[in-house]
Design a binder for this molecule. Structure first.
Ligand SMILES: NC(=O)c1ccc[n+]([C@@H]2O[C@H](COP(=O)([O-])OP(=O)(O)OC[C@H]3O[C@@H](n4cnc5c(N)ncnc54)[C@H](OP(=O)(O)O)[C@@H]3O)[C@@H](O)[C@H]2O)c1
Length: 301
């Protein structure tokens, strides 16, 4: 495990003039510590940027160093898909007697493939990163959230996916891992009901990041294009907002979330709704591809 942090980080206190220059609300948040997984990726990097701008200090748990220079960002290199690496990083944070304000789970992965053709390693890697890692990390770091003793609320935020409430043929294990994560978050919220910790989940539909580009190159679902893929900054804004105004569940776009949950009230109706959604998705995908060939910008997917 490697821990890298700019040398000034340890000198940064809530009273630092640099932090006091920020707006008053920011100054109140100054010095509060957030552990963020997936901080080097499309959504996570933007969440990290927002948190830093809001005056938080961020510990980034991911394999590669986030492309962000800030004295308030510490990178703890960690392979969350490896239980040993995860336990070592968590042990490091606990040994430091870190007091946490929030834990945000954003790391995730998808490897589309019909189950019959999938490789065992790809299936277990998706479950390890999307489901096992957030469960283990929550358990390891919960004492750092509960031991704050300042009476203020602490937060756990999960970045999930619309796939948690909508079956995704060709990505069944991804969908199952995200559905399991939803169930974990709702159960955890019940357990922590009487504590000062809130539990929130953000469920985005498709988002314009490298993950979506890779997914579509590997034969991802056309359902990703039923709505126009989201701007990752919109998702990041919603994730960061959970530390100020927590909600148990936020779906982006909201209408897609309502539709997905209605479908799951009577899954037998999926045989009627999915062909319609599939056709809309194929239309949306063709439009996105046409835009790429016009603009040459593959971020347009
Ligand atoms: N993009 C979408 O269309 C979409 C839609 C719905 C939900 N989501 C969810 O949003 C979250 C973020 O997605 P994204 O689009 O930002 O993905 P991304 O750009 O591919 O970034 C993924 C992040 O996860 C980290 N990660 C991957 N494998 C890891 C491992 N073994 N150990 C530690 N960290 C690992 C990566 O960091 P390193 O590689 O540096 O380790 C990176 O920071 C995921 O949970 C995803 O399921 C995405």
């Amino acid at each position: 495990m490697t821990v890298s942090s700019p040398s000034q980080a340890s000198n940064m206190t809530p009273e630092s003039p640099e932090l006091q220059k920020r707006d008053p609300a920011s100054a109140q948040r100054a010095g509060k510590l957030v552990v963020l997984t997936g901080a080097s990726g499309g959504i996570g990097l933007l969440v990290a940027r927002r948190l830093l701008a809001d005056g938080y200090r961020v510990i980034a748990l991911c394999r590669s160093k986030p492309a962000l220079e800030s004295p308030d960002l510490v990178h703890v290199a960690c392979d969350l898909g490896n239980e040993g690496s995860l336990a070592e990083a968590a042990h490091h944070l606990r040994r430091e007697e870190t007091v946490l304000h929030a834990l945000i789970h954003c790391a995730g992965t998808i490897t589309p493939s019909p189950v019959a053709e999938a490789q065992d390693d790809d299936l277990t890697a998706q479950i390890a990163l999307n489901l096992t890692a957030p469960i283990l990390l929550t358990r390891h770091l919960l004492p750092l959230l509960t031991s704050r003793g300042d009476g203020a609320r602490g937060h756990i935020v999960f970045v999930n996916s619309m796939a948690a409430v909508m079956p995704l043929a060709g990505s069944a294990v991804y969908a199952a891992s995200k559905a399991g994560l939803r169930s974990f978050a709702l159960s955890l919220a019940q357990e922590l009901r009487r504590s000062c910790i809130t539990v929130s989940t953000v469920f985005p539909g498709a988002v314009q990041t490298d993950m979506l580009i890779r997914e579509m190159q590997q034969g991802g679902s056309m359902l990703n294009y039923v709505s126009t893929p989201l701007d990752p900054d919109r998702v990041a804004r919603s994730v960061a907002a959970q530390l100020r105004r927590p909600h148990a569940e936020i779906y982006l776009p909201a209408m897609d979330g309502i539709f997905g949950r209605l479908c799951m009230l009577a899954p037998c109706l999926l045989r009627l709704t999915l062909p319609v959604l599939g056709a809309a998705g194929r239309r949306g995908y063709r439009k996105a591809m046409a835009k790429i060939s016009r603009t040459g910008d593959d971020r347009a997917v």
